[in-house]
Write a protein that binds this ligand. Sequence first.
Ligand code: G6P
Length: 473
Amino acid sequence: MSTTLIASNRGPVSFTLSDDGALTMRRGGGGLVSGLSEVVRDGDVLWVCAALSDGDRGAVRLAPGGRLDQAFDTGPVRMLDIPPAVFHRAYNAVANSTLWFVNHLLYNTPLTPEFGTRFRREWESYRDYNGAFAFALAEEAGHGARVMVQDYHLTLTPAMLRVERPDLRIAHFSHTPWAPPEYFSLLPDDVVAEVLTGILGADHAGFLTARWARAFMDCCETFLGAHVDHTAGVVSYDDRTTHIGVHPLGVNGEALRRRAAEPDVESHMAAIRDLVGDRKLIVRIDRTELSKNIVRGLTAYREFLARHPEWHGRVVHLAFAYPSRHDLPEYREYTAAVQRCAKEIEDEYATEDWDPLILNVHDDYPRSLAAYRMADVLLVNPIRDGMNLVAKEGPILSPRCALVLSREAGAAAELGPDALLVNPFDVTGTAGALYEALTMPEEERLKRGARLREAATALPPLRWFEDQLAALG
Ligand code: G6P
């Protein structure tokens, strides 16, 4: 029986299955997982997660009761083998195509969304998937244990778990933005109510910024008629109260700097230097994710080149756009649009001895660390983002890097005063900010860089997690 538990869709490890049936274990990726991995390394915390692939399912079959630590060197992990069709509908259709779209304002409303019978079946699967987590957590949690439920995949789990185990202290944390009521009301009314009351099943609901917390409270007021004390951050509904907390996740600067000083990163730096010479570097590092706004970022770079011929041959844009969520057609189309736009820039501006743009489409962590270290400008221009840790990692690794940052990223709340803030839809404004960043005097870069670094490391993952445990009581 555990005293502290984490529940999230993606777990700390994943497995791949080779043709001869052998399983290979890898540490899980992504911001949520890397932040939380640091937390569990230091404590006795059970992590409950879903099997995401055939490899994962193969591993669960070898682990009694899904406890991976009984069969592999994982630390305490229970992986749930949810039927693939149910998982697919819950993860791809509801979590990633509905809740993610709503909270990042991604719908192209003349065509999407459409909530008919198909959606109802998907919603049923989302309920089953959340129920599977609630069931496993109820089984594993000791009396009075603290359960930390993560993100939009698991909005219903807190209320379901409370019914099973009223003795537990339950927290929910949203790693995404939260949409204002006018946009949240795109969802069917009963679905809205279920999501909100699901999270209100927790004693503590955490958000990355005050803005997202406020939007959540506004939704509770508008759709449930809940009593909300905005100043104290308390939502009262159905004879229960939920405390709302703001916990702006930061970066463990020391660990990041240590990793970025390793020889594999150094050799990538040398390779990049060979490619770009002493030209200035504009860097971006993203998954090819609709919310990251990569196409407008590339278009802004193109507009900058059109307006500033004096920079031709003197600057290179190193853009990392790793594959993401390719089960969804929108993501496949978006990847193609990014590649099209990159090719147009190449066709228009490349010369025999100058490549204006280098697009990296393969996930290569040491190479991206090398890029951070060499960046003169870091471009982070999401349409909307819960936090965006790239904006925090860059300044830690390059003290003289100027940051061009979307005002719609959660990170803008802390980094705004020392970044060059842009409206992510304003391509001309973003092109202007790129120019300003490239021509920023050295002294100012260093001054801003030092303050950015301080803000980026203010709340590293371990303290971020401890703060939430403390808030939970
Ligand atoms: C990013 C988001 C998280 C989300 C995760 C899911 O890290 O910030 O809110 O949980 O992506 O990514 P996945 O690859 O697991 O779908």
